[in-house]
Structure formats: structure tokens, C-alpha cells
Design a protein around this ligand. Structure first.
Ligand SMILES: Nc1ncnc2c1ncn2[C@@H]1O[C@H](COP(=O)(O)OP(=O)(O)OP(=O)(O)O)[C@@H](O)[C@H]1O
Ligand SMILES: O=c1[nH]c(=O)c2[nH+]cn([C@@H]3O[C@H](COP(=O)(O)O)[C@@H](O)[C@H]3O)c2[nH]1
Ligand SMILES: NC(=O)CC[C@H](N)C(=O)O
Ligand SMILES: [Mg+2]
Length: 695
């Protein structure tokens, strides 16, 4: 059944969510094929597709170098659903005008849809949708009419006669709550497709895949972490190949949480997975690798990370350089490249020590689709942006893959699908719902920095944040930057900002950068901190709203956190020099343990999907006027309780609504008592514009 041609073609413009579209369509018993945006129109005609979906992507239609589409695609007479960048292409080629917006929109928003439009049939007019874009529509193409609004902005358009539908929001992700109904309406009410596709059993499909790749005699060295992805992968391998051909290895890289190594060992033994534990802290700590000169975009090439890989180097024309040792590196992508390559290097050592010949041994990993998309693997998409290089998709892993030496049964899966497969394989609900923990572990949850990040835009952004937090006062004095806020926000936003001024929030910009994802692009931008009077309980809903306004107005801020401990009276212009040293890691381990212990003892573990606890190189409350001051030496801690099913999008846990306020307060107080901690913060940012992790 899977060999049948699809009924729908998804043209991929480099979206983070291309596979989600495919999945949504298949779940409705319609097969779809995910093809590059540049697929020739003749090919699309030849395959006799019944409808076209054009995905989002990191490009801008205002930029000539962005991925292009044959404009005739809109004249084929086929129903087309354009999503985000796909919608912008539709608007541009059908005669409308797209321009850059003054305010960005990233995160879940309220939309009002037209229920008389076939795309929204059966839906209530008020909908929660995910928007993540910086470009907007200035002029509607003729023949099109608006079918949804977010406040005063049109966020969906349609030319019903020609069956052309453009959505600025993303119906394929969970943050668009009724996305599945919209997709169903497009397929059945608009495109009139018959649901005739039956999904093959995913379990059988995975087992066949493993047998085909590994063959009848070879073995697999399976890298296992105790997380659900590698556990399910190991169980699949064992079922497909038999236990004697699967060697499970857990690598203690030194960035694990407190007690993690023994806990993982125990839980895997209970599943009768005989796991070998390899302790390699020193190797990781001092590891180096080679990266392309602009590290963040490294896609191919060789590595000097391993002693054994020289024979397999893929020579590259890109300029490469050798990194410093991991314990000396602060740039997050560089840390990731080193860690990813070192995992492979250690695996190679293990193979050698166990007498496993490289020709007859595969490397097994629990890689999921999001790991590949975020790392911009060409397996996942031809034009996605590198958000972050997951350790299991480093340069060395790519080389091994290209040599056909890697087996990864779950590369078509998202986390929620792996959990379902885990249940089918007999894993307990508790095991399946375990919070994910990234392979690079605490190494990426410590924000390293040697110096503050203060760009030319720092001072102005600092003032903008103050204007947003104290909008009523700024309005009175007619501050120049107030106009910027006015232009970037809606009438409703400004009403709420005026009302909020009474709550006396304070906002400052921190001289650090963190990674985010905005409009399908990587961002590495400022983080803002809010605070308010300690006497009253935190007005969380207002804080969340302010956080949204700050990222809407300030495109160079991708994250906002609330700082406990009363008003922040002094600006922060320095950082505590921070690298991955044993002392810093010990602090990160302790605060993670303290926060998670509260979550567990208060029986709240299942209320959140994941809770990174992050160390940032910021010491608050240092009076800048005090001339004989000591350099900063303390760190602050960010709690990031997060809700997500697929981990491609998600939102902050709302204290009082999703998690009891007392539990949040207790976590903050307990962590604040750990020596060396300046303040505790709570991340308010959805994904997008922030990622789940901070780095
Ligand atoms: N400490 C480790 N030792 C060996 N392999 C690891 C380790 N950490 C990660 N890996 C490998 O990297 C893969 C990706 O890690 P990832 O964290 O995404 O998955 P996971 O740990 O299996 O599940 P989860 O996402 O729930 O943490 C794993 O499936 C595993 O193959
Ligand atoms: O195995 C991993 N190796 C990595 O390099 C890595 N980076 C992020 N993560 C996990 O992936 C999910 C999405 O993370 P982000 O929103 O931060 O991108 C979250 O669950 C993260 O914890 C990783 N897992
Ligand atoms: N997610 C997307 O497709 C974003 C499209 C475009 N880059 C924008 O920001 O508007
Ligand atoms: Mg993990």
C-alpha cells in the first residue's frame, strides 16, 4: 500500500514542520508525498495529484534568493493550501503584495475564522492558532477574500472559485488546536479527495526497515540513553534481529543529571536490556573537532575529533578549523559539534574494545525527525535552516550515514508517535512519558560566555522594553520609541498595555544571547527579564502577555523570563565568565536536582512535558555606582517548565493554570537557597520564538 503514489503533494520550502503536514494527511487516510519546492510542474502533473500543499519555510518572498516556485502552479486548477511562506508565495504570484511587518508574531494566538468558509466548516469562529512570521500581506490579490483575522490583521485568504487557500498560521502543529479539522476540510470539502489509504502498521514497517538495512548477519552497537527514543529503538532492533546481535551502550559523558547513570542502568535492566556503561568524562571534557569556519551552518565535511576516522574522511572544499577543547568553548553550536563527534568517537572505541569489526557493525541511534530537521539534515529537508545541530546528527554521524553504517528506525517519527509505539511494544505509561533529556545534557544547559553580549542595538532595545512595561507613562511623555510600540501592536494590545502599567512590571535586557526559532529560522538573540514588586503574588497572565509584546515589538529578543525576588533595580551589563568547568557543572547538576525533586515530591512531574533547568552567567542586583565592586561571580537559574507533545512547538507552563503556584514558588525558593545562585527566573517564552532548551 505504501508504494502507491500519493494523492496530495506537499512542496517543502524548508519548513520545520513538513513531516507534520504529511502525518496529518496520512492520518486522514490520504497518502501524501513530500517533495522539494523546486519540483518541476510537469512532474506534478504527471503524478496526477489531486491537491497541493505548500509548506512554510525560513525564506522571505521579498528576498530574490529565497526558494522559488513555478507561479503556474496556481493555474493548474488544482486546490492549493499555502501555509505561511507557502501562503506568501500564493499572495505574491496571484497579484497581491507582501511586505515586512513592523511587529513579528511568534507563538499561539487567537484568531477569528469565517465558519462559512469550507476550510473552517464545523468550527467555532474563535480559534487558537500558531503564527510564526515577520512578513505580512499589504494588498490582497484580486479574486481573494479574507477568511480569518488575528486582531486587526488578516491571517487567512481564499479564492474559493479557484480553490486557492492561504493560511498565515500552521494547521499542522498542535498549537493550532483544530488544525486536523482544517486539514480534513481541505482534503474532503475543498479537494473532494476520497480517503483510500490505509496506513501500514508502523511497528511492522520499522521491523522490516531494520532487517533490510542490517541484513542477516551483521550486528548493531546501539547507543542508548534511557530516554524513550533510544529505548524504543533498542527494543525494535532486538525484536527484528534477536538479542545476540544488539549491543546496547550507555555513554556517561559527564553531563548527566544527579544519580542519572545508576537510574538508567536499573531501568534498562528491568527491560532485560543488557547495557554496557562507558564512563568517558575526560574524553568529552577535552575533546576537539573540526568545524566549518561559520560553525552554525556546518553541513558536511571531516572531523579531527576521532583517532579512528581519518580513513573515512569526506574531503570538503569548505574551510575548516580545529576547535578548542570543549571545556574552553562558549559558542553553543561549537559545543554541539564537539559533543556529537565525540559520541561517535567513543562508539568507535567501544567497537574496537569489544572486537567488533567496523565493516560488520552498525551504529544504532534513536534519532527522530525533529533532530534531523533542527539540524537541517538533507534527509529531512533541502532548504531548512540549522536551528541547532543535534548531537546525533553531527558531521561524523553524517559521514557514517553516508557510508551506510548507521541504523535509525525512528527517523520518520515525532516524540508522540514514538511514545505510542513504545506502548505497543509493552513499555509502561510511566516509561513512555518520561521527560526527554538531550544527549549533550547539562553541557548545553549551561550558557557559557566570556564577555557580555552588548550589540549596537542593546541600549535602544533596553529602552523599548521599558516603554512596553510602562506604556501609560511613556504615552504621557510622548517618548519617541512609543511610536514604534504603537505601530507594532494592535488596538487591543495597546489597551491591555495601558491597563497593565498599573501592575508595575519592570523589564530589562540581559547581555546574553540564547538560541530560538522564528519564522522557521534560527535566531541567536537577546533575552529580557521581567520583575515586579515582591509583596504581591506574580500576575502570571500579565507577565505572559508582556513577554509576547516584547518579542512582538523587539525582533532581536527571542526570550523573556520572569525573575523572582522583587524588582530588578540595577541594569546588568557584565557577565560571570563561564565555561564548562567541574564547579559550574556541579552547580547546574545541583539546581536541576533541587527543582526536579520539588516537582516530583509534589506529584507534579506529569503536569509538565519537560523542565530544563538552566544556568545563565548573570549576577543580578550589583550596584553599578559602587566603584570598588568585585567582578560578578554568581550565576542565575532559569526554570523552563514546558508543554509540548511533539517538541517542535509548545508553550510555557502557566503557573496557577497548568501547575500550582505554590509548587512554582517552592521550586524558586529551593533553588535560590543553593549557594552561588543570584536569582531564579521562570521562562515565559513559547516555541517559537524560543526553543525548549536554552543555549
Ligand atoms: N548518554 C548517551 N549514551 C548513549 N547514547 C546516547 C546518549 N544520549 C543520547 N544518546 C543517543 O542519541 C539519541 C538521541 O538522543 P535523544 O535524547 O533525542 O533521545 P533519547 O535519549 O533516546 O530520548 P529522549 O528524547 O526521551 O531523551 C538517543 O536515541 C541515543 O541513541
Ligand atoms: O538528544 C538530543 N540531542 C540534542 O542535541 C538535543 N537538543 C535538544 N534536544 C531535545 O529536543 C527537544 C526539542 O528541543 P529544542 O526545542 O530545544 O530544540 C527537547 O526535548 C530537547 O531536550 C536534544 N536531544
Ligand atoms: N514560518 C514561515 O513560513 C515564515 C515565512 C517568512 N520567513 C516570515 O517570517 O514571514
Ligand atoms: Mg535523551
Amino acid at each position: 500500500m505504501d508504494d502507491l503514489p500519493g494523492r496530495v503533494v506537499i512542496l517543502d520550502a524548508g519548513s520545520q514542520y513538513g513531516k507534520r503536514i504529511d502525518r496529518r494527511i496520512r492520518e486522514l487516510n490520504v497518502k501524501s508525498d513530500l517533495l522539494p519546492l523546486s519540483t518541476p510542474i510537469e512532474e506534478i502533473k504527471r503524478a496526477q495529484y489531486k491537491a497541493i500543499v505548500i509548506s512554510g519555510g525560513p525564506g522571505s518572498v521579498l528576498n530574490d534568493s529565497s526558494p522559488a516556485i513555478d507561479p503556474n502552479i496556481f493555474k493548474l486548477g488544482l486546490p492549493v493550501l499555502g501555509i505561511c511562506y507557502g501562503k506568501q508565495l500564493m499572495v505574491k504570484h496571484c497579484g497581491g503584495i507582501v511586505t515586512k511587518k513592523i511587529g513579528r508574531e511568534d507563538g499561539q494566538c487567537d484568531a477569528v475564522v469565517d465558519p462559512t468558509c469550507p476550510l473552517f466548516g464545523g468550527l467555532h469562529p474563535e480559534q487558537k492558532v500558531l503564527l510564526t512570521h515577520g512578513d505580512g500581506m499589504e494588498v490582497l490579490p484580486s479574486g481573494f477574500s479574507p477568511i480569518a483575522h488575528h486582531e486587526d490583521t488578516i491571517v487567512a485568504v481564499a479564492n474559493k472559485e479557484q480553490k486557492l487557500y492561504g493560511l498565515q498560521f500552521h494547521p499542522e502543529v498542535d498549537l493550532t488546536e483544530n488544525g486536523p479539522t482544517m486539514m480534513k476540510n481541505f482534503l474532503f470539502a475543498v479537494a473532494k479527495i476520497q480517503p483510500d489509504y490505509t496506513m501500514v502498521s508502523r511497528l511492522e514497517h520499522c521491523l522490516d526497515h531494520v532487517r533490510k538495512i542490517v541484513g542477516p548477519t551483521k550486528k548493531v552497537l546501539m547507543l542508548i540513553s534511557g530516554g524513550i527514543d533510544s529505548t524504543v529503538s533498542a527494543l525494535l532492533l532486538r525484536k527484528a534481529l534477536g538479542p545476540e546481535r544488539v549491543i546496547a551502550v550507555f555513554i556517561n559523558n559527564g553531563f548527566m543529571r544527579k544519580n542519572e547513570v545508576s537510574e538508567v542502568e536499573t531501568s534498562l535492566k528491568q527491560l532485560e536490556l543488557d547495557v554496557k556503561v562507558i564512563h568517558e568524562f575526560n574524553k568529552f571534557y577535552t575533546a576537539m573537532t573540526s568545524v566549518t569556519d561559520n560553525t552554525t551552518a556546518s553541513r558536511t565535511g571531516n572531523s579531527t575529533g576521532g583517532d579512528h576516522v581519518q580513513d573515512h574522511l569526506v574531503l570538503s572544499s569548505e574551510r575548516r578549523r580545529v576547535t578548542k577543547m570543549l571545556c574552553e568553548v562558549s559558542e553553543p553550536e561549537e559545543k554541539r559539534h564537539i559533543i556529537g563527534d565525540t559520541f561517535v568517537d567513543v562508539a568507535q572505541d567501544v567497537m574496537k574494545n569489544l572486537g567488533l569489526s567496523p565493516e560488520n557493525t552498525f551504529l544504532g541511534q534513536g534519532t527522530l525527525r525533529p533532530d534531523l530537521i533542527e539540524s537541517a539534515s538533507c534527509i529531512a529537508s533541502a532548504s531548512a535552516d540549522v536551528i541547532k545541530t543535534h548531537h546525533n546528527d553531527s558531521d561524523l554521524v553524517r559521514q557514517w550515514r553516508s557510508l551506510g553504517r548507521v541504523v535509525e528506525p525512528l527517523t520518520d517519527f515525532h516524540k508522540d508517535e514514538v511514545r505510542a509505539l513504545g506502548r505497543d511494544l509493552g513499555l509502561s505509561a510511566e516509561y513512555c512519558m518520561r521527560h526527554p533529556f538531550p544527549g549533550p545534557g547539562l553541557a548545553i544547559r549551561v550558557l557559557c560566555a566570556n564577555e557580555p553580549y552588548i550589540g549596537k542595538d542593546f541600549a535602544e532595545t533596553q529602552v523599548l522594553i521599558k516603554v512596553i512595561c510602562n506604556y501609560a507613562k511613556a504615552k504621557q511623555t510622548d517618548h519617541a520609541l512609543t511610536h514604534r510600540v504603537d505601530k507594532a501592536t494592535s488596538d487591543r494590545d495597546r489597551e491591555r498595555l495601558l491597563a497593565l502599567s498599573r501592575e508595575e512590571f519592570m523589564g530589562i535586557l540581559l547581555p546574553i544571547r540564547t538560541v530560538g526559532v522564528q519564522g522557521d529560522c534560527r535566531s541567536y538573540s537577546y533575552c529580557a527579564a521581567l520583575s515586579c514588586n515582591e509583596d504581591k503574588s506574580v500576575p502570571w497572565e500579565s507577565a505572559l502577555f508582556l513577554a509576547r509584546m516584547i518579542t512582538k515589538v523587539c525582533h532581536n529578543v527571542n526570550r523573556v523570563a520572569f525573575a523572582f525576588g522583587g524588582p530588578i533595580l540595577h541594569p546588568v551589563s557584565e557577565v560571570t565568565p563561564t565555561l564548562l568547568t567541574p564547579l559550574v557543572l556541579a552547580l547546574a547538576r545541583e539546581v536541576d536536582y533541587v527543582a526536579h525533586s520539588v516537582l516530583k515530591t509534589r506529584n507534579c512531574y506529569d503536569l509538565v512535558s519537560q523542565m530544563p533547568v538552566v544556568l545563565i552567567p548573570v549576577q543580578f542586583d550589583r550596584d553599578p555606582m559602587n566603584s570598588n565592586k568585585m567582578p560578578p561571580c554568581a550565576h542565575s537559574v532559569v526554570l523552563r517548565p514546558f508543554l509540548s507533545k511533539d517538541f517542535m512547538t509548545g508553550r510555557a507552563v502557566v503557573p496557577g493554570a497548568d501547575l500550582p503556584v505554590e509548587v512554582v514558588d517552592e521550586m524558586a525558593k529551593s533553588v535560590a537557597r543553593v549557594p552561588g545562585v543570584s536569582r531564579v527566573l521562570y521562562d515565559l517564552t513559547p516555541k517559537p520564538p524560543g526553543t525548549t532548551e536554552w543555549e
